[in-house]
Design a protein around this ligand. Structure first.
Ligand SMILES: [Ca+2]
Ligand SMILES: [Ca+2]
Ligand SMILES: [Ca+2]
Ligand SMILES: [Ca+2]
Length: 323
């Protein structure tokens, strides 16, 4: 009994010492972890295959074709660390191919390298089964996604909705495959229960359906808020107010909400160009091209540009070049 106590005290002492020591060690080495994960993933891909009959990933034990024979790789740089994201498209879909700004409805099964299943979703059709790939927590309650999904899911094409009226939802001809994700593009150094820290993850994916995302609900989908077309919506800020267009409800800052710049009311603000200058109203700070900025056409100064019609022709001043 006495000896046990001594052992315990010694252990605690070592633990305390270790904790103290940790505080002075250098910060977590993400680049090193990326290399460790890549070694693990490469080894996994060389030694595992998918057994479709059993719907299960198995170790190669009898000459089966390993994942590595069909795997593709994309290099992803996040926070100055280079990661390799591996993926397999076993069957490509025939529907929409999402971008990283879109919303997707997947079936998935999440496994560790040792085969432990951490979670899954299969044919669940509720609001919470959708994932907004680049969800912005500031403006969206949607499920976000790990970086491995943001870069990996857009490799798949979605299926088509083959549902019959008043029948359960059915999707057909959807993309199927796998994502093999290093921990740095998943839950990283902290993990997320039950996923332990520094765990590379395997996702079996079926991309049932996908739609274009519109984060700010201004009726311009996020893909179309990429004004300069460089694939990055975060650097497009028409009114230069520091809020990029994809999360700005008044893109040109003229006092008329983007969704209200839909003059022909077809739910698409992109095809409304009152002065015909080639710049649609929602990006034009002088909608009627009369030389007076839209924001200065608020004759009664109530902050609402829609109720100022000086010549009474039912066309508000900001859209009326001769008002
Ligand atoms: Ca939008
Ligand atoms: Ca802006
Ligand atoms: Ca506007
Ligand atoms: Ca004007």
């Amino acid at each position: 009994m006495k000896i046990k106590n001594i052992v315990l005290i010694v252990s605690l002492a070592i633990l305390t010492f270790s904790c103290k020591k940790d505080k002075t060690t250098s910060p977590f080495d993400y680049a090193k972890q990326a290399l460790i994960d890549d070694d693990s993933l490469v080894n996994y891909l060389d030694t595992h295959y998918y057994n479709a009959t059993l719907d299960s990933i198995k170790k190669v034990d009898n000459g089966q074709t390993p994942f590595s024979a069909n795997v593709q790789v994309e290099t992803v740089v996040e926070n100055d660390v280079t990661y390799k994201l591996y993926y397999i498209i076993s069957e490509q879909g025939v529907g929409y191919q999402p971008t990283k700004y879109d919303k997707v409805l997947p079936n998935y099964r999440l496994e560790a390298l040792d085969g432990e299943v951490y979670g899954s979703q299969e044919n669940v059709f509720t609001v919470s089964s959708w994932y907004n790939l680049s969800s912005n927590p500031l403006i969206s309650q949607d499920n976000g996604a790990i970086a491995g999904w943001i870069h990996g899911i857009p490799k798949f094409k979605a299926g088509i909705n083959a549902s019959m009226p008043n029948q359960p939802l059915v999707f057909e001809n959807y993309g199927k495959g796998f994502l093999f994700i290093p921990s740095g593009l998943a839950y990283g150094v902290n993990g997320k229960f039950p996923i332990p820290p520094n765990a590379p993850l395997i996702f079996k994916i079926e991309l049932l359906y996908a739609i274009e995302g519109d984060f700010d609900n201004d009726n311009v989908v996020s893909n179309d808020e990429d004004i300069d077309g460089d694939g990055d919506v975060t650097n497009d800020d028409t009114d230069e107010d520091g809020t990029p267009n994809y999360i700005d409800v008044d893109d040109d800052g003229d006092g008329v909400l983007t969704k209200d710049e839909d003059v022909n009311e077809d739910d698409n603000p992109m095809n409304d160009d009152t002065d015909g200058d080639g710049t649609p109203n929602y990006l034009d700070n002088d909608d009627d091209g009369d030389g007076i900025l839209t924001i200065d056409e608020d004759a009664n100064n109530d902050g609402n540009l829609l109720n100022d019609d000086s010549d009474g022709d039912n066309i508000p001043n900001y859209l009326d070049a001769d008002s």
